[in-house]
Design a protein around this ligand. Sequence first.
Ligand SMILES: Nc1ncnc2c1ncn2[C@@H]1O[C@H](COP(=O)(O)OP(=O)(O)OP(=O)(O)O)[C@@H](O)[C@H]1O
Length: 315
Amino acid sequence: MKKTAIEMKDVRKTYGKDVVAINDLSLTIEEGTIYALLGPNGSGKTTTIRILTSLAAADAGDIFLFDKKLNTHNMKKWIGCVAQQSGVDPMGTGRENLMLQGRIHGLKGKELKKRVEELLERFHLQKDANRLSMKYSGGMKRKLDLAMGLIHHPKLLFLDEPTTGLDPEAREDLWKTIRQLQSEEGLTVVLTTHYMEEADELSDRVAFMNEGKIVVEGTAEELKNKLGGDTLTIQCTDNAQAERAKEILRALYHVTSDERTLYVHSEQGAEELPKIFKVLESEQTEVRSAAVSRPALGDVYLIYTGKALSEETKQ
Ligand SMILES: Nc1ncnc2c1ncn2[C@@H]1O[C@H](COP(=O)(O)OP(=O)(O)OP(=O)(O)O)[C@@H](O)[C@H]1O
C-alpha cells in the first residue's frame, strides 16, 4: 500500500476578521502522486500551498507530511517549492543561481558541485549554464526555477502555476520532466494551474477548490465520467444576446457564459439543441452557431465552481 505524503484535516485559515481563505479543508495525497489543485482566483490554492510549505500558519486543523505532524524546522529538507514569481536572480548565471540555492540548503564542496551539474544536465541547461539568466527564454527560466526547487533532493515538490506564460512546446517539455521526476525518483508533486489541459495530461488526481473548500476530487477521468451528459457550446451574435439567452436557459439547464459564448450542460446533448433553438427564437434571441462535445475537465470546473474557465484565465 502506498504511503501518505500529505494529510490535511479540517484546516482553516483566515486573513483578518473577514477573509476565510481556507474553510475546514481536508485532503489526502499519496506518495508519488502528481496532484493538481484547481479552482477560480481566490479559491484558496496558493494559501493551501503556503500552509503546506510553512510560509503561512493555519488557524486550526491537523496537517501531516509523510505521517508526521507538520513541523517547520524538521520538514524543510523534504519540501521543494517553485512559486508563481520566479526566484531566479537575473544577474546571476544559471550555474550561479543553482550554487547559491544549494548553499542556502546547506550543500557545499564536491556534493554541491555534483548536484548542480546533475541538475544542469537533467534540465538540458549545461550549454547555457554560464550565461546570465536574464538572457534565458521563459521556458529556460522556468526550468532553472524547477532545478533550484530540487537542489536539496526534496520528496515533495510544490509548483504554483508552473507553466503560466510558456509556449506549448516549453509546456510539454516541462510536463515531460515532471513525469520523469515522478517515475524515476518517486517525487510527489502538488501543482496549481489554470490550464485544464495541464491538469488532465499531467496529474494523477485533481481537486477542485471553491471558496476555500474542496468541492470535488478524483482522477480526471472519474470527474469527467461523473458529470456525464454533454456540453453544448452556443455562440450568440453579441454579448447582450448571450446575457439574454443565459437568463432564459438558466431556468432549464446549468449555464455559464463567457462574452458571447454560452456553455450549457445537458444530459441529452444534441437532442436538446432543437428545443434550445426554439426557446431562444421565441424570445427573439439570435444564435450564430452551436456545437456538442463530451464533457472536458473545464466543464467539471464550471459545474462545480459556477465559472467558465476563460473568465479566470483572462484575469
Ligand atoms: N496575505 C493576504 N492577506 C489578506 N488576504 C489574503 C492574503 N492572501 C490571500 N488572501 C485572500 O485569501 C483568499 C484565497 O487566496 P489565494 O491566493 O489562496 O487563492 P488562489 O486560489 O491561489 O487564487 P489565484 O488563482 O488568484 O492565485 C482570497 O480571498 C485572497 O484575497
